[in-house]
Design a protein around this ligand. Sequence first.
Ligand SMILES: NC(=O)c1ccc[n+]([C@@H]2O[C@H](COP(=O)([O-])OP(=O)(O)OC[C@H]3O[C@@H](n4cnc5c(N)ncnc54)[C@H](O)[C@@H]3O)[C@@H](O)[C@H]2O)c1
Length: 274
Amino acid sequence: MAYNLLKGKRGIIFGALDSSSIAWKVAEKAHEEGAEFVLSNAPLAMRMGAINDLAEQCNAQVIPADATSIEDLEKLVDGAVEALGGKIDFVLHSIGMSPNIRKKKPYESLNYDWFQKSLDVSALSFHKVMNVLYAKDAMSDQGSILALSYIAAQRVFPDYTDMAQAKACLESIGRSFGYKFAKKNGVRVNTISQSPTVTTAGKGIGGFNAFIDFAEKMSPLGNATADDCADYCITLFSDLTKKVTMQNLMHDGGFSSTGITGEIIEALEQGSAE
Ligand SMILES: NC(=O)c1ccc[n+]([C@@H]2O[C@H](COP(=O)([O-])OP(=O)(O)OC[C@H]3O[C@@H](n4cnc5c(N)ncnc54)[C@H](O)[C@@H]3O)[C@@H](O)[C@H]2O)c1
């Protein structure tokens, strides 16, 4: 059901690769809620992905940008303000990539060039996006900026390797830039710490199916899906959350507050009885 929560709002949505992407679901829901927006992704990913189908469905323009390139981001922000006819009300940063994870490098022997790439793509790009929006004064008063994180920023998940550091950095950037943007013109900046979700990025993590199953059993409400995440993003882009800023918001069905659940005890008891 749509509530017109984003009627008249203009946005930029980064990171829709295919229909399983969290950003894809956010774009669909933002469209249903009355927003107009520009879609962006890295030029290479755009050739692989199906972003043009989404653009057609949402009546959105696509402007490619490598989110690690200030030059690309400047062109994107200028292009978005022009295409949408005014300043930007909401931005979704839904970007992550680790060459170490892709190439299955164990944490004890990371490749440091790749580590820097992970940090640049998955964390510094968030700073770069906000830097460009801030310098160009492109955000509307009381706008909203969001990035997606994962609880490995706070707790150890061994196969998440250098993305754990990238997410810790991402969350910290959200807080620090959130202060600057709040003082500038009341813009909110938050990160959402999402449950493990079956997407292209998610499936790259070692042991992902077991990961999902464990999180499902450890979350009293069950894992939050990409659709659930999109709903949450819409509320944070809407005018109903104007005083929420500089937060890392857990969106995980209760996982982060749970010590153990009946389902986990049962699974372990079954395992030890076999
Ligand atoms: N899937 C999960 O389990 C999960 C859980 C918590 C948080 N997240 C986070 O959600 C976000 C979205 O990931 P997803 O799961 O939807 O996967 P996804 O693979 O669909 O999205 C990742 C996106 O990042 C884009 N990207 C990579 N390098 C880029 C660059 N240089 N410039 C611009 N874009 C670039 C990719 O093209 C892709 O669209 C990521 O930040 C991810 O870490 C995912």
